[in-house]
Design a protein around this ligand. Structure first.
Ligand code: HEC
Ligand code: HEC
Length: 213
């Protein structure tokens, strides 16, 4: 069985838990070679290495990747490559990568693993709509397992874009399509404002990290 069908099984396992508890699943996850990934990731820094760099038409900031889990970055890249997430530039970027490249570049871009703290220390009061989100993304926006992206300190305009894409179908992830489908535009703005203000575990990919991993 390939690494990726194992990853897919993880997603299916999560799907079957939606509505109950988001149970952490333990499945084998191959680790990428970050040193090899640094050579592939060099071109990515033109956007992901520059704080506040903007996507044009529509305008929103390019997401911070450093501090996300490598496992999540792998699944995001697979989704751009397959078209499950529609974004022209990222489809082109991901399509130039084979499965091993994706594992390696994800390990490089993610950097050292960030573990959720024993006790969440959220900044401010979560909006009511966050009640369902916290079981996967944490009250403080740090993903409770590596399958779930961290939202803490991510750009608010990117979070709005991502949630709107799940709601409207530009992103077809089944878990998030279900949750985002319930949200109004006002909910989305409040959620983005809340999670973007949490103590950030995310940053642009540090240039100094190139070639040093
Ligand atoms: C021209 C700018 C640009 C370049 C170059 C670029 N990206 Fe991106 N990247 C983006 C934008 C914009 C998004 C958000 C797309 C969306 O709305 O889904 C994104 C999203 C991502 C995501 C998803 C992050 C998340 O939180 O889900 C990953 C992973 C990623 N890029 C990796 C890469 C890798 C790897 C490369 C190099 C091979 C790369 N990017 C090159 C602009 C860029
Ligand atoms: C059952 C677990 C679960 C719950 C509950 C959940 N999410 Fe997610 N979320 C995920 C997964 C898995 C992904 C990655 C999906 C993908 O591959 O595109 C994700 C992705 C996201 C992203 C995209 C992050 C990025 O970097 O692109 C945002 C934003 C988000 N979720 C916000 C929310 C909000 C807000 C709620 C509550 C309304 C919520 N999520 C509820 C599991 C969950």
């Amino acid at each position: 069985m390939s690494k990726f069908s194992v990853a897919r099984l993880g997603v299916l396992a999560v799907l079957s838990f939606v509505g109950l508890v988001a149970a952490p699943t333990s499945h084998a996850q191959a680790t990428g070679d970050a040193a090899r990934g640094a050579n592939i990731g060099y071109t990515c820094l033109g956007c992901h290495g520059i704080p506040n760099y903007k996507n044009a038409y529509p305008v929103y900031r390019v997401p911070k990747l450093h501090g996300q889990s490598a496992e999540y970055l792998v699944s995001a890249l697979q989704a751009y490559r397959s078209g499950e997430r529609s974004h022209g530039t990222m489809h082109a970027n991901a399509s130039s990568l084979d499965d091993r490249d994706i594992l390696d570049v994800a390990a490089y871009l993610a950097g050292p693993a960030v573990k959720p703290p024993a006790e969440a220390k959220p900044v401010g009061t979560p909006p009511a709509a966050a009640a369902v989100c916290v079981s996967c993304h944490g009250t403080d926006g740090i993903g409770i397992t590596p399958q779930y992206p961290s939202l803490a300190g991510q750009y608010d305009d990117y979070l709005i874009r991502a949630l709107t894409d799940y709601k409207k179908g530009g992103r077809k992830n089944a878990i998030m399509a279900g949750f985002a489908g319930q949200l109004t535009a006002a909910d989305i703005e409040q959620l983005a404002a809340y999670y973007s203000k949490q103590r950030s575990v995310l940053s642009s990919v540090p240039k100094a990290s190139f070639g040093k991993r």
